[in-house]
Design a protein around this ligand. Structure first.
Ligand code: ZN
Length: 489
């Protein structure tokens, strides 16, 4: 157990949860908090939940950061974290903190361990692990879905599977020595496997320091390798050649907790074996849509898609543009070449975009006019929102989100106001604020669907320094369903 489990269990009677029990425990739902403040760690969120989420109708079971896991509700208690009745009634909510980008992989590693423990505790299999996204379409867990902070969904599942199968299927399927030396500066799946093996071994040989399993071979990994080599009488050079690799695998497979079955290169799904085309639907289409959307952030000529798993004309256009950009036959069909190219481009995206949308806690209008000369956090928020909106409305100029309201910001605000039928005075009052937030939130994960626009416009939580990571509406589930019904009708 690499993480420290702490508890601050919420008593019955708080208004942030339904004060009842779940129907079944059938799923583990993974979230990212979307709170980037450095203090917004697991303990901080546990405090927030314990004081009733400051009146917001949002709650979840576990919050995980790079060093701790805080439990706020017993597994059997029902929480409001999915914006979906089935999700809330049948799944445990795990929030992974986004307050520490550097150590985000460690937080994910802890969450994977916790999730594996929960699966075992409740007799579930790995496919019970789902994203918040499946319940409500929300782009959550954002950082994992975007895959830009070192852990994407495939890797998270892979980690969870490794911890899960530790007891279930010992000693299978070890990758063979890759054929080259692994040392300081190496990166990738072999390093990740190595780190996970060393961490498991460290559970029995505590002089081996615990590692962040992030696939990057840094000084800490080197120290762990050297200590392993010392213990097992190998040359202590901190480099993993064939003899060290095979020793690590053999020690690992002999552990009581058993081995794991990580397949190198399994971070990304393989080509399904048949081309995806207009009319295709399902998980593979959804994966491609999500990858294309991520790629579109770097290549704005690719249109943003509604990631709905349905391959329609919009998806075809995005594929054609991708193919054109990357020198493939622009036929709008995802065959093996295009599949592999999308995955390779996606996997190489580096962490460019710092303006991550908060999961749900859109700040309320601060109560005063924001105009040229203003500065600070609210200006920065608006700048980053306008930048996101400008992806869909290119006539809005891109801004440096520096928190300084200068002429460029003013021009962007005026263009936004013009587009959205507001008085184009370049000043942000309540109306403009709310419209910007509404436009921004409408693009988060649900681009273009009427239902979300309606829900999002009702969803602005009061300003709150704590992320409201989860359900994110401040509305009860019943109210949500009512809203949804109204929209459908
Ligand atoms: Zn979520």
């Amino acid at each position: 157990m690499a993480y420290v489990l702490k508890q601050k269990l919420c008593p019955f009677g708080l208004s942030n949860n339904p004060n009842g029990y779940m129907d079944t425990i059938s799923y583990i739902t993974i979230h990212n908090t979307g709170n980037y403040a450095s203090y917004a760690n697991a303990a901080n969120h546990a405090d927030y939940l314990y004081r009733g989420s400051d009146g917001q109708a949002t709650s979840w079971h576990y919050t995980v950061d790079a060093s701790e896991v805080w439990q706020s509700f017993e597994d059997s208690r029902m929480c409001w974290h999915t914006a979906n009745t089935t999700g809330n009634r049948n799944s445990i909510g795990v929030e992974i903190c986004t307050n520490d980008r550097i150590n985000f992989p460690k937080a994910c590693d802890n969450a994977a361990r916790l999730t594996a423990d929960l699966l075992k505790r409740h007799g579930l299999s790995l496919n019970a692990v789902v994203q918040h996204n499946v319940w409500s379409g929300k782009d959550c867990p954002y950082e994992i879905r975007a895959g830009e902070w070192g852990v994407n969904w495939a890797r998270f599942l892979n980690l969870t599977g490794m911890y899960y199968s530790g007891a279930a299927s010992p000693g299978q399927n070890y990758p063979s020595y890759p054929g080259y030396l692994i040392g300081l500066g190496s990166a990738g799946d072999y390093v990740l496997s190595l780190q996970n093996y060393l961490n498991d071994i460290a559970g029995y040989y505590p002089s081996i320091p615990a590692l962040t399993a992030d696939g990057e071979f840094g000084p800490a990994t080197q120290r762990a390798v050297i200590e392993f080599q010392r213990l097992f009488e190998l040359t202590t050079d901190g480099i993993v050649g064939r003899s060290t690799w095979e020793k690590i695998v053999s020690v690992h497979s002999s552990l009581n907790s058993g081995g794991a079955g990580e397949t190198p290169g399994a971070d990304y799904p393989p080509y399904p074996g048949y081309p995806l085309n207009v009319g295709s639907s399902g998980e593979y289409v959804l994966i491609m849509q999500n990858y294309l959307n991520a790629i579109a952030r770097e290549h704005p000529s690719i249109p943003i898609l509604t990631a709905d798993g349905k391959f329609g004309q919009a998806t075809r256009q995005a594929v054609i543009e991708f193919q054109r950009l990357f020198g493939l036959t622009a036929d709008g069909v995802i065959g093996r070449n295009t599949w592999d190219k999308i995955i390779s481009v996606y996997s190489m995206l580096n962490s460019g975009n710092e303006n991550k949308p908060p999961e749900m806690n859109y700040p309320a209008y601060p109560g005063y006019l924001i105009r040229v000369g203003a500065s600070g956090e609210y200006v920065e928020i608006i700048q980053s929102y306008l930048n996101a909106i400008s992806r869909y409305y290119p006539s809005i100029p891109g801004l440096t989100a520096d928190g300084q309201f200068g002429p460029a910001t003013q021009r962007a605000v005026m263009e936004f106001q013009r587009l959205f039928g507001l008085t184009a005075d370049g000043i942000i009052g309540q109306n403009t604020w709310d419209t910007i937030v509404s436009a921004y939130s409408g693009f988060q994960g649900y681009a273009g669907t009427a239902a979300y626009t309606g829900r999002a416009s009702a969803a602005y939580a009061p300003v709150n320094q704590i992320a409201d990571p989860a359900a994110g509406t401040g509305y009860s589930q019943d109210t949500l369903w009512l809203l949804l019904l109204l929209l459908i009708c």
